[in-house]
Design a protein around this ligand. Structure first.
Ligand code: ADP
Ligand code: ADP
Length: 227
């Protein structure tokens, strides 16, 4: 079953120094429940692709569908995590995680409660704290909780662990794997680390920068480590 379907997706940025072709005729199908990593050199269009999937970037060329419907803007069924957690500093961790629920309400098929999310990511005792009181890894975990709060079917992540040290990053990988395994979500993860991509994903998409296209689409067929 195809959850996400892209056909001939293109994107050109107009800059003061000329035009930049960021994506060029991209075709991609992603099945429900798949874990897809996207790798490729800097500037190959990974972030552009993710922003477009998240409905954050307008698109002019091609077709983007999610569950058969054109993607026309942010969806409550999609959670997004960027490199920086971007927590609101004047709200507590819990209030940050609850924010999407206040804005958009919960789904009919409720997922884990905010408490469960915080516990699951080791933040159970930190809900009343403010972001500046937490380590970078903990803030990023709070950002992931926030992205999961509305129980989205799809989780989009752009270098979510890029700013973390190696050990924390490894822990976050296990965390993410657990979330994916226990919640049956579709995950699309941009990463600079091929090791991370292969460790986590069913499928690794390699993009090429000249211009934003898919160079390789690899299925990872190695036993998954148990967590
Ligand atoms: P990646 O995430 O793989 O590094 P990006 O999607 O960020 O690639 O960028 C793809 C290309 O589009 C790059 O050449 C980048 O400089 C350009 N680009 C990205 N965002 C913008 C923007 N807002 N304005 C102008 N050019 C951009
Ligand atoms: P991570 O970035 O994965 O949280 P750290 O080494 O920064 O890794 O923290 C490890 C653990 O130490 C955390 O899970 C938390 O229990 C505790 N810790 C770290 N920073 C703080 C803090 N500012 N306040 C309270 N506990 C903290």
């Amino acid at each position: 079953e195809c959850l996400i379907s892209l056909r001939g997706l293109g994107k050109t940025y107009i800059t003061p120094t000329g035009q930049v072709r960021a994506l060029d005729g991209l075709d991609l199908d992603i099945a429900d429940g798949e874990f897809v990593s996207i790798v490729g050199p800097s500037g190959c269009g990974k972030s552009t692709l993710l922003r477009m999937l998240a409905g954050l970037d307008p698109y002019e060329e091609g077709e983007m569908r999610m569950q058969g419907h054109p993607i026309q803007g942010p969806s409550r069924d999609v959670g997004v995590v960027f490199q920086a957690a971007n927590l609101l500093p004047w709200l507590t961790v819990r209030q940050n995680v609850e924010l999407p629920l206040r804005v958009g309400g919960r789904h009919a098929n409720d997922g884990p409660s905010v408490d469960t999310l915080l516990d699951m990511t080791g933040l159970g005792d930190f809900g009343q704290r403010y972001p500046y009181e937490l380590s970078g890894g903990m803030q990023q975990r709070a950002g992931i909780c926030r992205a999961l709060a509305r129980n989205p079917r799809t989780l989009l992540m752009d270098e979510p662990f890029g700013a973390l040290d190696a050990l924390t990053r490894e822990r976050m990988n296990l965390e993410l794997q657990r979330i994916w395994q226990t919640n049956g979500k579709t995950v699309i993860l941009i990463t600079h680390s091929i090791a991370e991509a292969i460790f986590l994903a069913d499928r690794v998409i390699v993009m090429s920068p000249r211009p934003g296209r898919i160079l390789r689409d690899l299925h990872v067929d190695i036993p998954r480590p148990r967590t």
